[in-house]
Design a protein around this ligand. Structure first.
Ligand SMILES: *Cc1c(COP(=O)(O)O)cnc(C)c1O
Length: 421
């Protein structure tokens, strides 16, 4: 039996209707922006393997550090014990974040980083003796797939079967010039009940790669600040250079109280999440009263191998060449956007940093479930490009090491698709 057939017998894949799923392609090797299947076919990983891979596959520097760590200490319980990689990563990461981030809480992935952020905020108010339970979020937000993270995500086909069990959240529209004052008033009215506002800065990822301007987010955050509403920046997708700066929140005047990070954190090598916070949050949990403890933790909290992968990834991120690559991708995206934005099949197109988004004109109501998605996905795969459309929305979100030639190849494939599909 082929690997695809063996897979079909025993595996249940994520975000996949298994009834009519195409055979899953066995990948045997990765190098730079490429992954190779068992027949030697090469694919450009234009979506960074679900947005995690920032420096390319099988990066030798990360591989070496991980392998050294494997032979030294693979894991140790993180309550009562600590280790150098976890401490060093916190020491190096915190000063990079905008604002006074002082403490790191380790988790396993983006969803659990969000869970911890929400629990920190809710318990913060509880510990102060001023319980508040309302949470503010964006309508099309995506914060993960666990129940708390789903609750603060927009209601969608992803959450449909669970909606009645998700806790109530105040959803607001993305801010723009027209609605900003209405939104500000709304927040002010709710203020006494609202524990926190969770947001994806500048770009809402899985909700459709929706972009909005830093100045309007800042205007919302100013109202949050005035009304003592804690601010959680979910930079799980935007972190580590994705939007052109190391963190999207660097483009804001206001500083969030909490950051959630994952995806690019380990360079895409393995799962790890962090929730960081200010001492204001942290100090509210210091008490002789044991009930004020944050009772949260995962078996693999601060796994040393994952921490070492993150440290190695940070080494690469901070090289000047990486920022140059990010700027280079940004400039090329901007040029390409100009070339195609007026094409009749392009409904909307936009870009922020290393992400470019093209929404296909379909002529009627489109959705995540549209057939067009499968056509586009197969079209690019055939050309050796991994692009995973969100319905009729195509985006490129590449590892920063992608060459100009490979970018041009993807652009030209998109242009042909605009003619042919
Ligand atoms: C992907 C994502 C998450 C969830 O992260 P997982 O590691 O998939 O659990 C949370 N927030 C944002 C903004 C994301 O893009």
């Amino acid at each position: 039996m082929s690997l695809s057939e063996r897979d079909k017998k025993v595996i249940w894949h994520p975000y996949t209707q298994m009834k009519n799923a195409l055979p899953h392609i066995p990948i045997v090797r990765g190098e730079g922006v490429y992954v190779f299947d068992e027949n030697g076919k090469r694919y450009i990983d234009a979506v960074s393997s679900w947005w995690v891979n920032i420096h390319g596959h099988s990066h030798p520097h990360i591989a070496q550090k991980v392998s050294e760590q494997l032979n030294t200490l693979e894991h140790v319980i993180f309550a009562g014990f600590t280790h150098e990689p976890a401490v060093l990563l916190a020491e190096r990461l915190l000063p990079l974040l905008p604002g006074q981030q002082e403490k790191v809480f380790y988790t396993d992935n983006g969803s659990t980083a969000v869970e911890v952020a929400l629990k920190m905020c809710l318990q913060y108010w509880n510990n102060l003796g001023k319980p508040k339970t309302k949470i503010l979020a964006f309508k099309n937000a995506y914060h993960g797939d666990t129940f708390g993270a789903m609750s603060v995500s927009g209601r969608s086909i992803f959450t449909d079967p669970f909606n009645s069990l998700l806790f109530d959240v105040e959803f607001i529209d993305l801010p723009n010039e027209q609605n900003i004052s209405v939104l500000q008033t709304r927040i002010t009215e709710l203020k006494s009940e609202v524990a926190c506002f969770i947001f994806e800065p500048l770009i809402l990822g899985a909700g459709g790669m929706l972009m909005y301007e830093a100045k309007y987010l800042d205007a919302l955050l100013s109202v949050c600040k005035e009304n003592d509403i804690l601010m959680i920046a979910d930079e799980v997708m935007t972190g580590f250079g994705r939007t052109g700066t190391y963190f999207a929140c660097e483009k804001l005047e206001n500083r969030p109280d909490i950051f959630c990070l994952s995806k690019g954190l380990t360079g895409g090598t393995m799962p790890l999440g962090v929730t960081t916070c200010t001492n204001r949050i942290f100090n509210a949990f210091l008490s002789d009263d044991k009930l004020k403890t944050l009772y949260h933790g995962h078996s693999f909290t601060a796994n040393p191998i994952a921490c070492v992968a993150s440290l190695a990834s940070l080494d690469i991120l901070l090289e000047s060449k990486t920022l140059e690559n990010i700027k280079r991708i940004e400039t090329k995206h901007a040029t390409f956007l100009n070339e195609i934005k007026d094409h009749k099949k392009v409904k909307t197109a936009r870009h922020t940093g290393t992400i470019i988004v093209i929404e296909w004109e379909t002529g009627d109501e489109t959705s995540y479930l549209s057939e067009l998605r499968n056509l586009l996905y197969a079209y690019f795969l055939d050309k050796g490009i991994i692009l995973r459309p969100l319905g009729n929305i195509i985006y490129i979100l590449p590892p920063y090491v992608i060459s100009n030639e490979d970018l041009d190849y993807i652009y030209s494939a998109i242009k042909s698709a605009l003619e042919e599909i």
